[in-house]
Design a protein around this ligand. Structure first.
Ligand code: TRP
Length: 348
């Protein structure tokens, strides 16, 4: 991510580099969220770029959420961010619904985005399934709210997974159309910073599927709340093939499960997959898995301990979210106000 940020050039030359990303507080955090998002966010923050991270509770309710579960998942996500190394003093950490400028900006963007653009969104089609008539209007409008999340801060860089690429293209289209229609140069054209294959974590049961909180098998993933025994057991039982590790990375091409374990090792150890292969070439999984389990326990067990410590003090988490929301509003309020001015909304 840092490279993309540093080499950033036109068309956003006039905009201060600013990172924004959002995660939905639904279900449990797992290793895929940690390596693909939280750990990358913590690493980026330490490079000194202003970073804003949002728990998108308004996005979550585009499909039904039990209120108590939503509140718990929001606090748990906040605890996960902090336990993974995102410092709420350096970065801005908050939940979306406490900053009303997101939904205010979203309305403006609902009037910029075209029906045809929204109808092309593949995630809507996937999530709405066969019965699109019964999907919420919010689910359909979701990407315009996402554009508002980003542009209400004039964010220039958005780290996300591959599945969010189309939504970021829409965000760019909305910024371009707004700037063009009103004859201004007001919104930046945001750069996606797409997660690489090396941090994409796959299921322990099927190396061709992403690790997911909705997989019915708990053995398919490591939850960030798993203790050391559970972590080690899940790695020991992860699906593999009977071959030893190859002596070069090409040897992993048609071995998705082996590739996944090598990638996880690399991401946890801050090595490249090539370096991991160089160190472990020729090893059987009976040898490699215990090393991976030791590494995973060393890196992840402290996160799970810190999360449960934080979760015991709900008041402290709520304080962090409130302070983050105040700081977020300080940035968002003048940008929304200027947007209203541009659109001809009277401020009297
Ligand atoms: N749509 C994203 C997801 O499901 C979450 C999200 C909402 C987001 N708003 C955002 C991500 C803004 C990046 C920027 O993963």
């Amino acid at each position: 991510m840092s490279d993309a940020v540093q080499t950033q050039s036109n068309p956003n030359a006039g905009f201060t580099p600013r990172v924004f990303s959002g995660i939905q507080p639904t279900g449990n955090l797992h290793l895929g969220n940690y390596l693909g998002a939280l750990k990358r966010f913590a690493d980026a923050q330490n490079k000194g770029i202003e970073s804003i991270y949002c728990m998108v509770d308004l996005h979550a309710i585009t499909v039904w959420q039990d209120p108590a579960d939503l509140a718990r998942a929001t606090r748990e996500l906040c605890a996960g961010f902090i336990a993974a190394g995102v410092d709420p003093e350096k970065s801005i950490l908050f939940n979306q619904s406490q900053v009303p400028e997101h939904t205010q900006m979203a309305w403006i963007f609902n009037c910029v985005a075209r029906m045809g653009w929204m109808q092309r969104m593949t995630q809507f089609k996937d999530k709405a399934g066969k019965n699109a008539q019964n999907a919420s209007l919010g689910l359909f409008a979701y990407p315009a709210l996402m554009a508002a999340d980003i542009l209400v801060y004039h964010a220039t860089h958005v780290p996300v997974g591959e599945d969010q690429k189309q939504h970021l293209e829409l965000t760019r289209d909305i910024a371009i159309k707004f700037n063009h229609d009103y004859g201004v140069d007001f919104f930046p054209i945001t750069e996606p910073v797409i997660e690489g294959a090396a941090t994409r974590v796959m299921s322990f049961r099927d190396g061709t599927k992403k690790m997911s909180k909705s997989d019915p098998s708990d053995m398919s993933r490591i939850n960030l709340t798993d203790d050391a025994d559970a972590i080690a057991k899940k790695i020991r039982k992860a699906k593999t093939d009977p071959e030893p590790l190859p002596d070069s990375i090409e040897g992993l091409e048609d071995r998705p499960e082996a590739r996944n374990l090598v990638n996880i090792y690399a991401a946890l150890a801050d090595l490249t997959p090539e370096q991991v292969i160089a160190e472990h070439a020729g090893q059987q999984f009976g040898t490699f898995k215990p090393s991976l389990a030791d590494l995973a326990v060393a890196k992840l067990a402290p996160i799970s301990t810190e999360m449960s410590r934080l979760m015991q003090d709900q008041g402290e988490i709520d304080n962090i979210l409130r302070r983050g929301s105040d700081r977020a509003r300080n940035i968002a309020t003048p940008i929304l106000q200027k947007t209203y001015d541009i659109a001809g909304m009277i401020r009297s």
